[in-house]
Ligand binder design. Structure first.
Ligand code: ADP
Ligand code: MG
Length: 251
């Protein structure tokens, strides 16, 4: 579903990703953990081209988003039309919800399928309602984001991303902006998605979620993957000293 090879990304003189390799098969849930500034958001943003990479290869759903030829140091991207099509198979959920504030909940869900995929309102409405039911917000269809709690807004944001029928969902610290009592409802929604075998990458500080819902965990520091593995081994018997220290501080 996703393969990243030799990903490098700098902001000016600051190297942020220094040779990242990872791959994800359909139905896998990858949790990415690591201290603030380690490059987690940048990695996620490179997958859907919110940031461009300097060099490396990214393949999504069997299609090459970008690649670097042997002996070259710069990545070439697919044509704009191909990039748009390839990225339709990804959906992203941000820390700060990012809903359209002037649109109701249901309009937020309908917007992208209408404008990007050219579906009519009537075509998308039943599925949008199905998604709202799935995230437990059927009764909030005509509310505006400002009339919802943070947890409800984040569940709308998840439903909105799902409305495009992505093959892979990217979550960047989806519960970090929420009060602790609202975190659970968002994590429950994400666990339900994982149980349905949605392919997901989740950047998170929620260690219990990573341990229980992920199929694979990556620990990043300073733009490199320090350690990775299945959650049971990763959390019960981390090998690297840096991982042990990070996990000690998280508990
Ligand atoms: P994380 O999500 O792990 O906290 P980020 O990927 O957000 O880390 O950031 C990694 C590093 O890159 C940080 O030092 C951050 O300040 C820097 N950075 C991120 N985005 C930009 C940007 N657009 N311009 C310059 N520096 C950036
Ligand atoms: Mg981040």
């Amino acid at each position: 579903m996703l393969s990243m090879r030799g990903i490098h990304k700098s902001f000016g003189a600051l190297g942020v990703l220094k040779g990242i390799d990872l791959s994800l098969a359909r139905g896998e849930v990858l949790a990415i953990i690591g201290s603030s500034g380690s490059g987690k958001s940048t990695l996620l943003r490179c997958i859907n081209k919110l940031e461009t990479i300097d060099c490396g290869d990214i393949t999504i759903n069997g299609e090459r988003l970008c690649w670097t030829k042997d002996g070259e140091r710069a990545a070439t991207y697919a044509s704009n039309a191909d990039v748009r099509r390839i990225l339709m198979s990804t959906g992203m959920v941000f820390q700060q919800f990012n809903l359209f504030p002037h649109m109701t909940v249901i309009e937020n869900l309908i917007e992208a399928p209408c404008h990007v995929k050219g579906q009519t309102r009537d075509e998308i409405l039943p599925y949008a309602r199905e998604l709202l039911a799935k995230v437990g917000l059927s009764d909030r269809e005509n509310y505006y984001p400002s009339q919802l709690s943070g947890g409800q807004q984040q569940r709308v944001a998840i439903a909105r991303a799902l409305a495009m029928k992505p093959d892979i969902m990217l979550f960047d610290e989806p519960t970090s902006a929420l009060d602790p009592e609202l975190t659970g409802e968002v994590l429950r929604t994400m666990r339900a998605l994982a149980a349905e075998r949605m392919t997901m990458i989740v950047v998170t500080h929620e260690m219990a979620f990573a341990r229980e819902a992920a199929t694979h965990v990556i620990f990043m520091e300073n733009g490199v993957i320090v350690e990775q593995g299945a959650p049971t081994e990763f959390f019960s018997a981390p090998k690297e000293e840096r991982t042990k220290e990070f996990l000690r501080n998280m508990l």
